[in-house]
Design a binder for this molecule. Structure first.
Ligand code: HEM
Length: 220
């Protein structure tokens, strides 16, 4: 199939990374809006989750789509990085450590974000769908077991989402180059929009563990 052939080339992988990355960033906007219901209290948050659950099969399809986008993004990122590293080490005047710093940091932060996602799914998503017990959704997210009632989870979320912001900043730069936006009249709009994704969206996410896991704890 032509699409698989195209995905096997470096350019194909770069385009796949840009499209999957931008789609995942878009998902984050909806996810953040939903999560901000936590600030409105248990009724608002539990009501929001129940509304999502009513979508039934559609949610499962969306989740499968998200998972495949994450996997395509991670796979293409690793293959491209290895190719880049091999090409650089073959150039006599360069050493391995001269792989561009931004690309090395993007791989590192990306790996950390992946670990965060695995942990995020195996706690919140798993509990919400398979082991809720008699707790409400609100109690799970703010509770001590896997939620922001636990200082270690709280700190892990703050660090992971901070690194996600860094990853997105460099990701948007790369995607801008891949999709040939740099140097066009759309460049300014694109980079202003990128800042919403790499700064304001992570800022919104971080406000949740900071408020529920730290500020409320300090206020006793
Ligand atoms: C304070 C931060 C966050 C909170 C409170 C939170 C909360 C949740 C909850 C409760 C679920 C399970 C939803 C369900 O099964 O109905 C979930 C799933 C998920 N989260 Fe998060 N999340 C946060 C940050 C993030 C971030 C930063 C990302 C992206 C990098 C992310 C990506 C996902 C994905 C892909 C799913 C699975 C899809 C879904 O069920 O909606 N989350 N999150």
């Amino acid at each position: 199939m032509k699409i698989f052939k195209a995905l096997n080339t470096s350019v194909g992988k770069k385009i796949a990374m840009a499209i999957t990355g931008l789609s995942l960033a878009l998902f984050m906007v909806f996810h953040l809006i939903g999560n901000l219901n936590l600030f409105l209290g248990p009724e608002a948050f539990n009501g929001y989750v129940l509304k999502l659950k009513k979508l039934g099969f559609l949610i499962r399809i969306a989740e499968a789509g998200l998972l495949s986008f994450v996997l395509i993004h991670v796979y293409s990122g690793i293959v491209l990085w290895l190719k880049n590293k091999r090409a650089i080490s073959k150039t006599p005047s360069y050493s391995i450590t001269s792989t561009p710093r931004a690309s090395r940091y993007t791989l590192l932060t990306g790996s950390f974000v992946f670990i965060f996602l695995v942990m995020h799914w195996s706690t919140f998503w798993y509990k919400f769908n398979f082991s809720k017990g008699n707790k409400t959704y609100y109690e799970i997210v703010l509770g001590p077991e896997v939620g922001f009632g636990n200082i270690y989870y709280t700190l892990f979320y703050i660090i992971a989402i901070g690194l996600l912001g860094y990853h997105l900043k460099h990701g948007f730069d790369s995607a801008g180059q891949t999709l040939a936006i740099k140097g066009t009249k759309y460049e300014k709009t694109y980079y202003s929009l990128a800042a919403v994704f790499w700064f304001w969206i992570p800022f919104g996410f971080i406000s949740i563990p900071v408020y529920f896991g730290i500020i409320l704890r300090l206020l006793g």
